[in-house]
Design a protein around this ligand. Structure first.
Ligand code: ASP
Length: 252
């Protein structure tokens, strides 16, 4: 069993305690259930509920002052769910998780809101935060005792970007990737990560996980913040960034 959590490429060790808490909660759920999807989302929720992170309650603001969230969940048995431009839900990652068992894999804006309401989530004003530069997306990758993997990611996006802007976080292959061999998440400047199809390309190089992630980070210029975390099904686990991204690994 393993879990790795990150607090965003734009964050610093100042929020390490929040990432530690998320990993500990995810680990607790993993031990109880041996379910990597529940564990990765439980860890992500802890950070969505922590105002210091750019996700859920502490999300950064769009250029008109509103909060719009992106989130994604994917599993090594071939399921995925992603939402983008979801407005006024406390835990967007839970809405994305609901899509795992639907035919539709991704919902945006109004459709995402309707889906969330139909699934019983409460729409409630998310105030967001004026602080933070951008890259403080949160996420977790977890692996069960029999090697199943899940990834979960959530973000308020990038401060000051226009309403309707879609970053990498909800985009399959860019901000997240998961199959029976690997689970990968990215954080950082979404436009640059998307242009590089970051997570999928890291997967293609992932025979040596550490080298692949270091290679992935170098796809972007040094001054463009990016971080990547991953678990391979043979148990390799690694995270890196070109910033001081806080991360936490727990494994047995
Ligand atoms: N990747 C996110 C986005 O561009 C930002 C972040 O990592 O905080 O939407």
């Amino acid at each position: 069993m393993k879990i790795i959590c990150h607090g965003g490429a734009g964050h610093t060790p100042k929020v390490q305690d929040g990432v530690d808490k998320a990993a500990e909660e995810g680990w607790k759920i993993l031990k109880e259930t041996d379910n990597p999807t529940l564990a990765a989302t439980a860890a992500t929720i802890i950070m969505e509920d922590d105002f210091r992170f750019n996700a859920g309650t502490g999300s950064c603001l769009r250029d008109d002052g509103r909060v719009q969230n992106d989130a994604a969940v994917a599993t090594s048995d071939g399921r995925m769910g992603a939402i983008t431009n979801l407005q006024d839900f406390k835990n967007p990652v839970l809405v994305a998780r609901e899509l795992l068992d639907e035919f539709v894999t991704m919902l945006a804006g109004e459709g995402a809101i309707e889906f969330a309401l139909k699934k019983g989530f409460k729409q409630t004003k998310v105030k967001g935060s004026e602080k933070g530069w951008t890259g403080d997306t949160v996420g977790a990758v977890a692996q069960s005792s029999d090697g199943k993997i899940a990834v979960a990611s959530s973000t308020g996006g990038v401060r000051g970007r226009p309403v309707g802007r879609v970053g990498d976080t909800p985009l399959w292959g860019s901000g997240f990737y998961c199959d029976e061999s690997i689970g990968i998440l990215a954080t950082g400047v979404g436009e640059a990560i998307t242009e590089q199809l970051m997570c999928y390309r890291v997967y293609q190089h992932s025979k040596n996980l550490e080298k692949a992630l270091e290679w992935g980070v170098k796809l972007l210029p040094k001054d463009t913040g990016v971080g990547i975390i991953a678990i391979r099904n043979d148990g390799q686990i690694y995270g890196t960034s070109n910033t001081s991204m806080p991360l936490k690994i727990i494994e047995d």
